[in-house]
Design a protein around this ligand. Structure first.
Ligand code: AQP
Length: 340
């Protein structure tokens, strides 16, 4: 039996290098793993847990899908779909909402961070979104979920919910595992190495967007925060900023951390940041070229999403029907041998 891989990305404005190194890069690699079936999802219902302008959301959805295609998601191998086009997600999300405890959701660190940072009032959706994320995953019998480190806690909750439903109603859900990359699982902000790189950061100097121009990339690395001293060495405790930049360098240049450090022995931060910027510019160039191609063909992107939703629904509907039947919802069980 093939292993099911599923992951999602929120269309909330820009997609940054952290999203790519922590998640998208792995999504692409997994497509070629033998005996795996991948499904990838633009999770627009997650985006509306915070206020969105409809015109911006519409653009972000298309742009996020175009980025997924540009980084190498091949829709022939992996259906790429929009979450809101598969209503089974919302329906299972509600069912899981009715099985997750208030205390569990209250412990989610992402909720605490995001609700504190927000200027607008916090919605119930932001609070309960981990249940919807669990539905995204459990609906497809997912074995592995390629995500960045920040999603580990939500994955744990998903596993707990799967076990809870299985205990209450009999074996229903596959209990999924997180697949967190060895390098790049937690890329930190360029302007603040204590916080993760984030789309919703107040300053754009926090992140490298995948579609930043070479000039912008050079400028952002030039002003990126560094640590005291002048040696380019990996030491997350003493040199969190430089360690973060070295992680980015080693992935972008395709070298080990040891080799990355050797290359900058005896050199200062200035030289290091210049070479880092060039490595990232070169690393993103082919993605950006393909992105321009997809952006010039929005109807093709829509076609990919439409086809992906059709394929995803074929998988999601039977699982949702099974769950509803087990819970006693609807007009189940269907009468055998005609009406009674
Ligand atoms: N800084 C990061 N380092 C490594 N991986 C990261 N991911 C996010 N930030 C980093 C991973 O990217 C995938 C998609 O993320 P998402 O769209 O679900 O949104 P998020 O985790 O909420 O990402 P952001 O950019 O930080 O958004 P905001 O600012 O809205 O919170 C996930 O697999 C995530 O782990």
């Amino acid at each position: 039996l093939n292993k099911r891989i599923l992951s999602g990305i929120a269309p909330s404005g820009i997609i940054h290098l952290g999203n790519y190194l922590g998640a998208l890069r792995n999504w692409v690699a997994l497509q070629d793993r033998p005996q795996t079936d991948c499904l990838y999802c633009v999770v627009d219902l997650h985006a509306i847990t915070v206020a969105q302008k409809p015109e911006n959301l519409r653009k972000s959805i298309l742009n996020t899908a175009a980025i997924c295609l540009a980084v190498g998601i091949d829709p022939a191998k992996s259906p790429l779909f929009l979450q809101s086009e598969v209503p089974e997600h919302s329906e299972l999300g509600w069912i899981l909402n009715c099985h997750v405890y208030f205390g569990e959701l209250s412990r989610m660190t992402q909720f605490k961070d995001k609700s504190q940072k927000q200027e607008a009032a916090t919605t119930a959706g932001l609070f309960t979104y981990p249940a919807l994320m669990a539905a995204d995953i459990l609906l497809y019998g997912t074995h592995l979920v390629p995500v960045g480190e920040d999603q580990q806690q939500h994955l744990e909750l998903t596993r707990d919910l799967a076990r809870r439903i299985n205990n209450l109603y009999g074996e229903t859900f596959q209990v999924p595992d997180a697949l967190i990359p060895e390098h790049g699982a937690r890329i930190m902000g360029l302007d603040d190495p204590k916080q993760k790189m984030s789309k919703s950061a107040p300053s754009e100097l926090n992140y490298i967007a995948l579609d930043d121009s070479p000039e912008k990339i050079r400028k952002k690395f030039k002003v990126a925060v560094t640590d005291s001293g002048r040696e380019v060495v990996f030491d997350e405790e003493k040199k969190p900023a430089v360690s973060n930049l070295l992680t980015i360098y080693s992935v972008a240049a395709g070298v080990s951390m040891g080799e990355a450090q050797r290359r900058f022995e005896g050199k200062g931060y200035g030289d290091f940041k210049k070479e880092l910027a060039e490595a990232v510019v070169a690393y993103l160039a082919p993605i950006q070229e393909r992105l321009r191609g997809w952006q010039s063909r929005p109807d093709d992107v829509r076609d990919v999403l439409r086809d992906g939703a059709k394929r995803a629904r074929e998988l999601a509907k039977p699982k949702l029907d099974e769950v509803k039947a087990k819970l006693g919802l609807g007009l189940w069980p269907a009468p055998v041998g005609g009406r009674k």
